[in-house]
Every structure is written in C-alpha cells, then in structure tokens.
Design a protein around this ligand. Structure first.
Ligand code: ADP
Ligand code: MG
Length: 581
C-alpha cells in the first residue's frame, strides 16, 4: 500500500487491519497444540525471543548453561513422558553442543527434538561466511532419526508435526528441526496461521504383532527347561507396567532387568534374577527379550556369558523389525509395540500354562541368595575413608525408604556398583548412562526428572562424571529443584592414586586432591555437605531430601578403592609392546 493510498483510505470506511501472526508465535502455538509444555535450551541469536515468548505464552522454559545438558534433559524428558523432549539452541556452536545429546537420544531410542536457529540459507549455501554459518541440516542428518528444515511460516505447523511423529512413532529417536533466523519474523494472517497448524493424531500408533509370531514365540517358550525374560529400557519406556508384571507372574519365568528397566518390577520380586545375572544368562536355554537389544551390554548374545555356543534360543519383542538377527539368530521374532505384544503373549498363555521346572527357579534363587549374603557385610562397613560399597550401602537404604525418588547415576565404579547394589522399586526411577555408557548426563537428567515428574531426585555421581555437567548446579539452584547430588569423591578417574612417571605433571586421571564440590553448591545458594562416613552420608542425604532444596554432598571415598573403568576394564586396549624387565 502506498502512502497516498493510506491517506485516501481514512475512517470511517477503512477496513480493520487483518490480525497477524509470525514465525515465533507459530512455533509456540504448534508445540502447545501438541501438548508440549516444556522447552529446555540455552538462549542466544536467533532464538532468544522464541524462549521469551514461549515463557510469556505459558510454556515452561528451562534455561541451561550449556546446550549438551539442555539436550540431555530433553532426551530423558522424552523417555519419561513418551512425548518428544524439546531442546532449543542457537546456530552452529550451540547446535553442535546439542547434537551430542541428540545422537545419544537416538542411540537410546528416546524421543527428542533438537530445534536450532540457523543463519541465512543464501549465505550458508554459497559459503559466504555468515554469523555462525553452518549447514546444520546436513550435519545433523546422519546423527539422528530424521531431520527437517522449515523455510516458510505457513509450513511451521507441518514441520513440527513431522518432527513429533518421526520422534515418537516406531522406534523412538532424535529429530532435528532447522529454523533459519528469517523464519521467525515472517508474518502471515493469523487465521490462516492457526489453520496451518497440525495436531498430530496418535503419534505412536499401536503396532499389533502377527498371530503367527505370537504362536511361534509361545511354542519356543513352552519347550524351555530354563527360560529367562530380559527386560530392557524399551520395556520401561513402553509404560506397559501392569502387563509386563502380569506376564512375568503368570508365566512364572524369572527375569533380569537391564539397568534402566530396574524397578519395572521391584528388584526384591521373588522372580528377579538380577542378583544372579551371570548364572541366569549363562545357563538359560530360552530367552525372551522385551525392549532390550543384544548389543555389548548383553555380550551380543554370544560368547562365554551365554554358555555353550548355540545353547540359547532367543525370542525378541521389538518395534523395530531390523533389530532382529542383528547379532545372533532370533528364532521367534515378535515385531510390534511392547504393550500389544506382551498382552498377546498373555492371552496366548491362557489357562493351561505350565510353570518352568522348579529346579531352574531353585538354582537361581540359591545363587541370588548366596550373592546377596556375600555382599551384605561389605555394605555395612563403617571404614573411613569410605569405599564404594560402604557409601552405596547407605544410599541403598535411603532409596528403599524413598521408592518414588528418581535415581540418576553416572561414573565408572560409582555407576557399576550402584547399579548392582541399589535396589529399585518402581518403574522409570533409574536414569543412567544408557546404551553408550556416556558421561555427562547427570545434571541434565536430574533437572528434567525433577521438572517432568515433580518427584525428588537423588543424583549419584562419580567425581569425574559430575565434572562434565557440574556448572548446571546453578540451573538447579535457579529453579529451586529438589535435587540432591552425591559426589563420590575419590580424587580422580577410576582411582585417585596415579602419578606421572616423569614427575612433571599430575597424572592424567587425577584431580585436585580433597576438592570440596559441596562449595560449588553453596556458591549458588544451595546446601553443601562434606561427609566422610556412611552415617554422615545417610544423615546429609536424608536432611537434604526432606528439605526439598538443592543440595550437594561431597562424599569422600578412598582414592585407592576404585578399579580401572569399573566393570568394563576389559574393553581397554592393551599395549602390544611388552615392557622390558
Ligand atoms: P537396554 O539397553 O535396556 O537393553 P535397549 O536400548 O538396548 O535397552 O533396547 C530398547 C529396545 O526397545 C530398542 O530396540 C527399541 O526399538 C525398543 N522399543 C522402544 N520402545 C518400544 C515400544 N514401545 N515397543 C516395542 N519396542 C520398543
Ligand atoms: Mg572418581
């Protein structure tokens, strides 16, 4: 409209200005329309206003100090809620920082969407050197399940819908959504904008297994003398808790939970073979995998851990058909969603189901009781300085008394020993390093666990693991989250006793001795504790968890107590050159 035209069209005959919307608002409206209420991110160009406006529009926007932790928060929010967690970052470097979490989410089958602002296509594609220039879409593609870019405001609705569906349907995973800076300020008619939004209907449709697949699986199970169920984190994600419990109890088949499936049934359940894991894997003849992959965490389904070659038949329930036969033959693939598959197995078992032979149940029960008895005195030691067992013995009791608290756990010895020692009682209460065994998930997971569930969080961290995300204690304090962090401080990585043979520098695996991580928490207004005995540890954690305030307990652990790489020291390559005597 020219200036002259404006003057001519004066009141009273002027038409009402059409109401406008823009890219910022359409992104927010599209997320809200799909029930997404929380964004985890780090503000900056070009998405600062997106965060501000989202907050003003009633979304929860949790700002972190580093994108990787915002990304980890989004990923675990996805695991806990089955809705994609959203991580919002700036272009190039912020995007790259978030990408580690996106790749990790994809590896772990967690639904997540990384939304990054990006610079102008024209300049990026001609490589003319824009502010934070990077072809982010191309870089994200091989590292996630799907990647999309939206160039026009009118396509935001469909772009967000595609991202949500890609993240949640089938095997869940990470999705990248590229939003160039110019998109945010594009305006369009508000009504047309509203109409362009898409509410995703049934984002993760049920996928029923074929009846023949169920019949085949039941035949194999019936033939078993020493059957075993392995529950993986896919089973935890599926939120089919009652059906899974019913399958275990109706079939009478003992089960072993993978780390993040602990608590799906309480670890104290009579059919839990968690404390007899090695025997259960080695001696079983038929194994039903439910949402667990035969990757390195299950020794690829072969080798010593699984007994004589060929002695184990596998039945596998998974939503991803290509997972079958990925490592060994799957004699009875059951492709479908876990809730439907487990229900179909239960229905197929019917009335006449034969419980497994009692000698197998007895073997596992005896082994389990022997292992528990062997462990018990170690957990009660009051030695000072504390070793891992003594400290974890104290935390084990605390988790038993607070079964609805969420346990976040990372480290080497701190992780491996906690996984075995701390019993879990409820589903999706144990969050840890997952498929990659990645360090640095701690504070991101803790923040999202508190935000998404409103439950208290206990974070059990090796001192090295804590260092990756430690600055986020400020985030925890800023939002006043009920997170109690326990740092197992043994002065270093694996152990705190290494030295540099040349005498020049500290050894590569040691930290400043006797560091006071509790002071970091105090710096931001949280409560710090410094403890050296299991009794002090118990008192500090109980006080912190009762208060619901952010707290950090610096738990002094014997620097000589850890072993190299925890339980997976065998994965370290050894030098091929023999040292001369
Ligand atoms: P763990 O490490 O605990 O053994 P994994 O991450 O290896 O667990 O395996 C999880 C598996 O669960 C993946 O193969 C994934 O495809 C599958 N999965 C995730 N969600 C579902 C679901 N709703 N239904 C069926 N399978 C699922
Ligand atoms: Mg350590």
């Amino acid at each position: 409209m020219t200036a002259l035209a404006k003057i001519v069209h004066t009141a009273p005959e002027v038409e009402a200005e059409p109401e406008l919307t823009d890219g910022f608002h359409l992104v927010i409206d599209a997320l809200k329309l799909n029930g997404i209420e929380t964004i985890y991110g780090v503000p900056g160009i070009p998405i600062t206003d997106l965060g501000r406006m989202a907050q003003a529009e009633g979304m929860r926007v949790i700002s972190f100090r580093h994108e990787q932790h915002a990304g980890n928060a989004a990923a675990i929010a996805g695991f806990l809620t089955q809705k994609p967690g959203i991580c919002l970052t700036v272009s190039a470097p912020g995007f790259l920082n978030g990408l580690t979490a996106l790749a990790n989410a994809t590896t772990n089958c967690f639904p997540m969407i990384l939304i990054s602002g990006s610079s102008e296509r024209e300049i990026v594609d001609l490589q003319q050197g824009d502010y934070e220039e990077m072809d982010q879409l191309a870089i994200a593609k091989p590292l996630c399940k799907a990647a999309f870019r939206v160039l026009h405001a009118a396509d935001i609705g469909i772009g967000v819908a595609r991202a949500i569906r890609a993240a949640c349907s089938g095997r869940p995973g990470g999705v990248y959504l590229d939003l160039p800076a110019k998109l945010f300020s594009q305006v369009m008619d508000a009504e047309a904008g509203q109409k362009s939004l898409v509410k995703v209907i049934d984002p993760a449709p049920a996928q029923h297994p074929a009846p023949e697949a169920i019949a085949r699986a039941l035949d194999v199970l019936k033939s078993a003398k020493r059957p075993l169920i392995v529950l993986g984190k896919g089973a935890a994600y599926a939120q089919a808790d009652a059906a899974i419990r019913s399958l275990v109890e109706t079939s009478g088949i003992p089960y072993v939970p993978m780390s993040m499936a602990k608590g799906l049934l309480p670890d104290t359940h009579p059919l839990s073979a968690g404390a007899a894991r090695s025997t259960a894997l080695k001696d079983s003849d038929v194994v039903l995998l439910i949402g667990a992959r035969l990757n390195w965490l299950l020794s690829h389904g072969k080798g010593k851990s699984w007994g004589e070659p060929g002695s184990t038949k596998f039945i596998q329930i998974d939503i991803e058909p290509r997972e079958m036969d990925s490592n060994v033959e799957i004699v009875a693939p059951v492709v479908g969603d876990i809730a439907s598959c487990v229900q179909a197995l239960l229905d197929g078992m019917g009335q006449g189901w034969q419980q497994p032979p009692s000698d197998w149940i007895e073997t596992l029960r005896t082994k389990r009781e022997a292992n528990v008895a062997k462990m018990a005195p170690k957990l009660m030691s009051n030695a000072s300085p504390m070793n891992f067992h003594a400290a974890l013995g104290a935390l084990r009791t605390i988790v038993k008394e607070r079964p609805d608290a969420i346990l976040v756990n990372e480290g080497a010895n701190t992780l491996d020993l906690a996984r075995g020692i701390i019993d879990m009682y409820q589903p999706r209460k144990r969050l840890d390093v997952g498929t990659w065994g990645i360090m640095g998930i701690g504070m991101g997971f803790a923040v999202a666990a508190a935000v998404e569930t409103g439950k208290p969080v206990l974070c059990v961290e090796g001192d090295s693991a804590f260092g990756f995300s430690g600055m986020e204690v400020e985030t925890i304090c800023r939002y006043g989250l009920p997170v109690c962090i326990v740092v197992f401080n043994n002065n270093g990585i694996y152990r705190g006793t290494d030295t540099d043979p040349t005498g020049r520098d500290p050894a590569t695996t040691v930290f400043v001795p006797d560091s006071r991580y509790d002071k970091m928490m105090e710096a931001f207004g949280g409560v710090g504790y410094h403890v050296t005995t299991p009794d002090e540890l118990t008192r500090a954690v109980n006080e912190a968890m009762n208060s619901g305030r952010p707290a950090l307990v610096n738990a002094v652990i014997d620097p000589a107590a850890g072993s190299e790489s925890g339980n997976i020291g065998s994965l370290n390559p050894q030098s091929g050159i023999k040292k001369k005597k």
